[in-house]
Design a protein around this ligand. Sequence first.
Ligand code: GTP
Ligand code: MG
Length: 197
Amino acid sequence: LFAGAADFFHAADKLAVLPPMRGHEIAFAGRSNVGKSSLINALTGRNALARTSHTPGRTQQLNFFDIAGRLTLVDMPGYGYAAVEKAKVAAWTALIHDYLRGRANLARVYVLVDSRHGLKPNDAAVLDELDKAAVSYQIVLTKADALKQAEIQARLDATAAAIARRPAAFPEIVLTSSRTDDGIQDLRASIARLLAE
Ligand code: GTP
Ligand code: MG
C-alpha cells in the first residue's frame, strides 16, 4: 500500500470545499506541533509530501493525499496553541470538529498525542466528539525518541487508563517516532488491516 504512489490532491479550508468522497479516508488529528504532518511523511516514506515546521500552526487546511488510488490520508490543522491569530485557530477547530463528525467515509481517526505531554483537555473534547459520533479512533503517541523507556511506559499506562471507558476508542495505543521510524511499520500494517476489513 505505502510502497506505491502518494500524491497531494486537495486542500480545504471549509466544509463547503471538501473533495467528493471516494473510498476510505483516514484522518490525522491532534494539537498543533504534535507531529501530524511528519507522521504522514514517515508513513509514505516521502520527506516533504506534507509540509512540516518547528512553529506550531504550519498546516492551515485539511490536506488530502491519495495513497496508491486505494486510500485517502487527511492531514489536519492542529488545535490548541499555534503561532497564528486566535481567530484562525478557532476556525480550524470548528472545521476539524465538523469534518470529524460528519464525514461518512472516515474509516478511522488517528489522534496524535505528544508522548512528552499526554492527553490535554482539548484532546478530550475531540475524543468526546468522536465517541458521540461513533467514529472509530486510535491514539498515537508521537515523538517517542524524546523520552526514556520508563517515561514511555508511564505515558502508555496513563493514556490507556484515560481511554479505557471511551466507546469509540481502539484500546491499543501506537507508539511512534517519525525521527527514528519506530512504530511506523506497525502503523502501516494497522492501516492495511483496516482496508482489508
Ligand atoms: P501543525 O501542522 O502546526 O499542527 O503541526 P504538526 O502536528 O503537523 O507537526 P509537524 O509534523 O509539523 O512537526 C512539528 C515539529 O515536531 C517539527 O519540528 C518536527 O520536526 C517535530 N517532530 C515531528 N515528529 C517528531 C518525532 O517523531 N520526534 C521528534 N523528536 N520531533 C518530531
Ligand atoms: Mg502539520
